[in-house]
Unconditional design. Structure first.
Length: 250
């Protein structure tokens, strides 16, 4: 999949398009998705949709969650086992727009993020770049390291013991994800990524490299990933976090 970047030819957006190996557009395409450089940031647009998708860790929902989200009391924090005396290192193998990873980094975790979709990766990299320039969150963002990889290949290549306490998986749910559908601004992202229908294969290699646990985020009523019963679960309002203990080769 190749999307273009709509940006003035002499802008930082045009340079970014070149770095990403994406075509530079001088007008929006007739159909589909495209990236747009405006207000010195990268955003995803979809023809026919007004809302843009961008990664903003400094203001808006992420800032609100950082200040008032409930700290270690949040289900995602409990699910990864964050507590006094345990600040796990996390591999977020399905990074998306980095929102969960940012929450965990805010709470002190070092997070290595993998994202296979080039557009999602570009949006997130741009959000991290801006975050690093903000004095309030630069330290948090410095705990997040993003790489463009497909975890299906990457996870099985890691040796044991791995350097992650927790592997975190949040693949897009194959059926329309009620969480994302409810939010208009996420529509373009959801329609670009589609459902991560191949996500079942991530569970076993993730359990081999996690030192403490694997956490899988699912819609509350969704079936277990790969049909495997978790060792324990944490229920959020619309979301469930299934936790699996490590598996070691005999
Ligand atoms: C639901 S989103 C993750 C949202 C993320 N937890 C957040 O807080 O923003 C799922 C993301 O996982 C990515 N993904 C799915 N399978 C992957 C894989 N095998 N390797 C790397 N990324 C993957 C998709 O491209 C998508 O961006």
């Amino acid at each position: 999949m190749s999307v273009g970047v709509l940006a003035p030819a002499d802008s930082a957006g045009a340079q970014l398009a070149a770095q990403l190996g994406l075509p530079l557009l001088d007008a929006a395409p007739a159909t589909g998705h495209y990236l747009v450089w405006e207000r010195e940031r990268l955003a995803l647009a979809e023809v026919g949709e007004k809302a843009r998708v961008e990664v903003d860790l400094i203001e808006g929902a992420q800032a609100h969650r950082r200040k008032f989200g409930g700290g270690r009391g949040q289900p995602v924090a409990k699910a990864v086992g964050l507590k006094s005396g345990n600040t796990p290192t996390v591999l977020d193998a399905t990074a998306g727009l980095g929102r969960d990873a940012f929450v965990l980094a805010t709470l002190g975790c070092t997070v290595h993020l993998l994202e296979r979709n080039a557009v999602a990766c570009a949006l997130l990299a741009d959000g991290l770049r801006r975050g690093l320039t903000d004095p309030d969150i630069a330290l948090i963002v410095s705990r997040m390291r993003l790489e463009h990889h497909d975890a299906r290949q990457w996870l099985p290549e890691q040796g044991q013991p791995a350097s992650y306490d927790v592997v975190y998986l949040d693949p897009m749910f194959p059926e329309p994800d009620k969480r994302a559908r409810a939010k208009k601004d996420m529509h373009a992202f959801q329609s670009l990524i589609g459902g991560d229908a191949d996500a079942d294969v991530l569970l076993a290699p993730a359990r081999k490299i996690a030192r403490q646990r694997v956490v899988v985020k699912r819609p509350r009523t969704a079936p277990w990933l790969a049909g495997v019963k978790p060792d324990f679960s944490f229920d959020g309002e619309s979301t469930r976090f299934d936790a699996y203990l490590p598996l070691r080769d005999a």
